[in-house]
Design a binder for this molecule. Structure first.
Ligand SMILES: C[S@@+](CC[C@H](N)C(=O)[O-])C[C@H]1O[C@@H](n2cnc3c(N)ncnc32)[C@H](O)[C@@H]1O
Length: 193
């Protein structure tokens, strides 16, 4: 547990400016790790949810992965799949998880392609890749029955990047799902399906 906390401190020391990335199709994004406030909320929500099957989209260097994992019970078996587009980043983050002996699978590829290959159902999902992809990713997860009634859905940057994910936010209103946007530094959507 101490090793996990040490690794969180190391990753929190990385620049919050993040780094730019290319998705290979001349589209560029910005790889920002989650903020400290968001990390602590993710940890508490993972703890409270008692989730055994977790999915994350947008692994990066794994700061949010570690915060979520730190909230999961060491006494209970859990599965944690996390999707990362960038092969080099996915590789180093998998090594980081293996070094900490965490049962985390970093699945490399575009989230929509990876979702197509998945068959697990998930109790808690955290979205943190391209904001404009939150909506199609949600629809793909629903269509494949990877999520459903009772799944906890969390998404970062819904305040500072709201315009990019407005259609995703509207979905929760239209479908009358309990949801709330926590006014963290970037805005964290907390919802239950
Ligand atoms: C904001 S960063 C994630 C930060 C991470 N959650 C953390 O707290 O350290 C977004 C990540 O999503 C990845 N990404 C972007 N588009 C993606 C896609 N379509 N499928 C999977 N991963 C994607 C990027 O390579 C980047 O590493």
């Amino acid at each position: 547990m101490q090793l996990l906390e040490d690794e969180i401190s190391i990753l929190e020391g990385y620049s919050k400016q993040g780094e730019s990335y290319s998705d290979g199709q001349n589209r560029f994004g910005w790889r920002n790790p989650i903020r400290h406030d968001t990390g602590n909320i993710l940890r508490i929500l993972a703890m409270a949810s008692k989730a055994g099957r977790i999915l994350e989209i947008g692994t990066g260097h794994g700061l949010s992965t570690l915060y979520l994992a730190s909230g999961l019970s060491p006494e209970k078996e859990w599965t944690f799949d996390t999707i990362e587009l960038d092969a080099a980043v996915a590789g180093t983050t998998q090594e980081r998880m293996d070094k900490l002996q965490l049962p985390v699978n970093v699945l490399q590829g575009d989230a929509l392609d990876v979702i197509d290959q998945l068959s697990n159902t998930y109790q808690l999902v955290f979205l943190d890749a391209q904001k404009s992809h939150y909506h199609p990713q949600l629809l793909a997860l629903l269509q494949k029955n990877l999520i459903g009634s009772g799944t906890i859905l969390l998404a970062d940057n819904v305040i500072d990047r709201q315009s990019e994910c407005q259609s995703f936010l509207d979905w929760f209103v239209v479908h009358r799902k309990h949801h709330y946007i926590l006014p963290t530094e970037c805005g964290l959507l907390v919802a239950i399906l």
